[in-house]
Design a protein around this ligand. Structure first.
Ligand code: C2E
Ligand code: MG
Length: 249
């Protein structure tokens, strides 16, 4: 991906957010949504974040990308709130953002213009936190002081230890483990360990990547409070979320 192309995507509004519902286990009530960025590319159509977020991190464009995502997500959550659909929006932050000296100021300004932190949830990858020699604890604490809930995202087999040291509210068990939990005894045991560790620390455990009824049926017994996945709903444009919600009540 060429840098200028990605830069154009950000400045010329070629990015778009899709939102994936997160629901309660076992009630299926809507708890919130996760904002997931896509690139409406002129030639290539809708491009997955897996194809450009790493480049944005490597080139420093992640600052602009995240600032765009945060603002857009908060403005959308205001629209939903006005329409009577009060949902919190979870935004994915790269570890680079949390170490960015401009981040805190941008966040304060955005919250001032676009509304309070109660509507916002900040997700950061467990892997990146685990590898960080100096995890950005101060930034996470600052966000929590602004009522933003912090999620340790995509927790996998090697990341359980960071639950001890990272200030957070939610831990999401990644798709890699959830998808194979039903047929892989080791994955199941590991998920149990993470959920128990999360509960012990007062963190809310959520499952990501629930694709079928069998997996869904396991969640409550394992202690999960919430879940997201294609079994419930895929990520969708903002306009479709209201329809999705309306169709369920
Ligand atoms: P993530 O934060 O772990 O988000 C969950 C990913 O799993 C999303 O992929 C979602 O579409 C996918 N997913 C959810 N349920 C299912 C399921 O049941 N089956 C399958 N096969 N997939 C499911 P997506 O949208 O491609 O995003 C991939 C990753 O890109 C995200 O993983 C996140 O790490 C990153 N990302 C997305 N948006 C942003 C952003 O705005 N900023 C940053 N820094 N990273 C982002
Ligand atoms: Mg996430």
């Amino acid at each position: 991906m060429r840098r200028f192309e990605l830069e154009r995507a950000i400045t010329e509004n070629e990015l778009v957010l899709h939102y994936q519902p997160m629901v309660g286990v076992p009630t299926r009530e809507l708890l919130g949504v996760e904002a997931l960025v896509r690139w409406k590319h002129r030639e290539r159509g809708l491009v997955s974040p897996l194809e450009f977020v790493a480049d944005a991190e490597a080139t420093g464009l992640i600052r602009q990308l995240t600032f765009w995502v945060l603002r857009e997500a908060l403005l959308q959550s205001n629209v939903w709130r006005r329409d009577g659909l009060g949902v919190t929006v979870a935004v994915n932050l790269s570890i680079e953002n949390l170490h960015d000296a401009h981040f805190a100021r941008f966040l304060e300004l955005t919250l001032k213009v676009a509304g309070g932190g109660e509507q916002l949830n900040a997700e950061t990858a467990a892997r990146a936190l685990a590898r960080d020699p100096e995890p950005p604890v101060g930034t996470l604490e600052l966000m929590r002081a602004r009522n933003i809930r912090v999620t340790i995202d995509d927790a996998g087999e090697d990341d359980a230890h960071i639950l001890e040291s990272i200030p957070a509210d939610i831990v999401k068990v990644g798709r890699g483990l959830i998808a194979k939990m039903g047929r892989d005894h080791r994955a199941m045991e590991f998920v149990r360990t993470v959920v128990a560790a999360a509960r012990e620390r007062g963190l809310t455990p959520m499952a990501v990547g629930v694709e079928d009824q069998t997996t869904w049926d396991l969640l409550a017994g394992m202690g999960f409070a919430g879940a997201q996945g294609y079994f419930i709903a895929p990520p969708m444009p903002a306009a479709e979320l209201a329809e999705w919600r309306a169709a369920r009540v």
